[in-house]
Every structure is written in C-alpha cells, then in structure tokens.
Design a protein around this ligand. Structure first.
Ligand code: AMP
Length: 215
C-alpha cells in the first residue's frame, strides 16, 4: 500500500503505521525518526535540524525534501510505504506530488487520524521513547509501560522523555500542526484521495483503514 498518514503529534500515526506494515511488507517512513537518528549520530543534517526540533518547530522544507527524495527511491519502497509525519506543509505536499509523478508512483490513500486535543496532550506527556536511534520503540508510562522501568523491552537501551514532549513544546507543536499541516486535508480532498478516521484506539483506526483498502 502507498499511504500518507496525517494527524496531529500523538494521534497514533507511528503505531498505526507499524501495524499496517505487517499486512503487506510496506515500509514505515517516519521523517521524525530519520531526523532523531541524524541528531543522535551528530550528522550535518542532525546539527541543522536539532534546534528546530527541540523548540517544536518544523525543520525547513528543503532539508525534508532532500531526505525524502532519496528515501522513496530505496529498494524497500517497492512493496509500498506508509508516510508518517510527512508531508507537513503545503510546499512539501506539492514537492511530493511532483516527485511521485517523476517516479510514476500513485498514492492509494491519505488518512487523517483525528483524536481530541485532551487525549493527545495526555498521551504525549506520558510517552517515553527508546533512545537507541535504531530502535526508537514507543511506550507509555500509563497504558504501555516497559517491563523494567526506564529500559526498552526490545533492545535494553534507556527510554527517555523527548525534549519536544514537555507540555510547552507539545502545545507549540499542536499549534504548528493546526497552522501548517491541517491545510493538507483540503489539499488531498481536492485530489480525491482523502479519508478521515476518528478514533482514540489504534486498533479501531487500523481496522478502518483495512476496510477502506479492502484488506
Ligand atoms: P514527529 O516525530 O513526526 O513528531 O517529528 C518530530 C519533529 O521532527 C517535528 O516536531 C519537526 O521538528 C521535525 N519533523 C518531522 N517531520 C517533519 C516534516 N515533514 N517537516 C518538517 N519538520 C519535520
């Protein structure tokens, strides 16, 4: 499948993407994960992106398109992809449209996952992420704690609260989402491939997407 997942930070895009990859071998492409990996590895990209990310601001479109142009042409995208956290602005959506046309790739669907703001705030403040850039597993101290406190079940690295998951940064990210990313719903509605799914449980969202795709 070739899908874009829209939805505010904390809407569950990453969890939903991971479940959907199991269906047909499509890969999850999270620009947030790629950028966090670059920050941890101390690459030029990471150095440029870090300040924006820590403040909860978007990284410039040119940096993101530089990542995605290469990523979408990697061999593992042949079976399909789930874009998680990209595109985030109208210029990114326009650049993606041109790139997909150039690569002769047609999107199946764009899904907007809608979750109430209070649920999102609670989720993000209690979220913990594995600090290992190759793992980045996500936990929640309330609903999905690690077996040993502060230690990732999957790889044994430390789990941390992200710098952009303090209450002030989260609030700023949600405002940024409403201003810059929410307009993409109109953009993809005009393209005729937009679906909205409302739900606070990832299971319900995954089932709704599967039924839309006829899987
Ligand atoms: P995420 O994990 O998707 O919430 O992304 C974390 C941070 O990475 C965001 O707050 C932005 O600073 C940056 N980021 C991720 N994806 C993008 C994107 N498509 N455009 C601009 N900035 C992005």
């Amino acid at each position: 499948m070739k899908i874009i997942l829209l939805g505010a930070p904390g809407a569950g895009k990453g969890t939903v993407a991971k479940r959907l990859t199991a269906l047909d071998g499509s890969v999850q492409i999270s620009t947030g994960d790629i950028l966090r990996g670059a920050v941890q590895a101390g690459t030029e990209l990471g150095k440029e992106a870090k300040g924006f990310m820590d403040r909860g601001d978007l990284v410039p479109d040119s940096l993101i398109m530089g990542i995605m142009e290469g990523r979408l042409q990697e061999a593992d995208c042949k079976n399909g992809f789930l874009l998680d956290g990209f595109p985030r602005t109208i210029p990114q959506a326009e650049a993606l449209k041109a790139l997909l046309t150039k690569l002769s790739i047609k999107l199946d669907m764009v899904v907007d996952i809608q979750v109430p703001r209070d649920v999102i705030l609670d989720r993000l403040c209690t979220r913990r992420t594995c600090e290992n850039p190759k793992c980045q597993a996500i936990y929640n101290v309330k609903s999905m704690p690690t077996k040993v406190e502060g230690i990732c079940d999957k790889c044994g690295s430390k789990t941390i609260q992200r710098a952009d998951e303090t209450e002030a940064a989260i609030s700023h990210r949600l405002d940024t989402y409403n201003e810059k990313t929410a307009p993409l719903v109109g953009f993809y509605s005009n393209e005729g491939i937009m679906k909205t799914v409302t739900g606070t449980s990832s299971d319900a969202v995954v089932e709704a997407i599967k039924s839309e795709l006829g899987k």
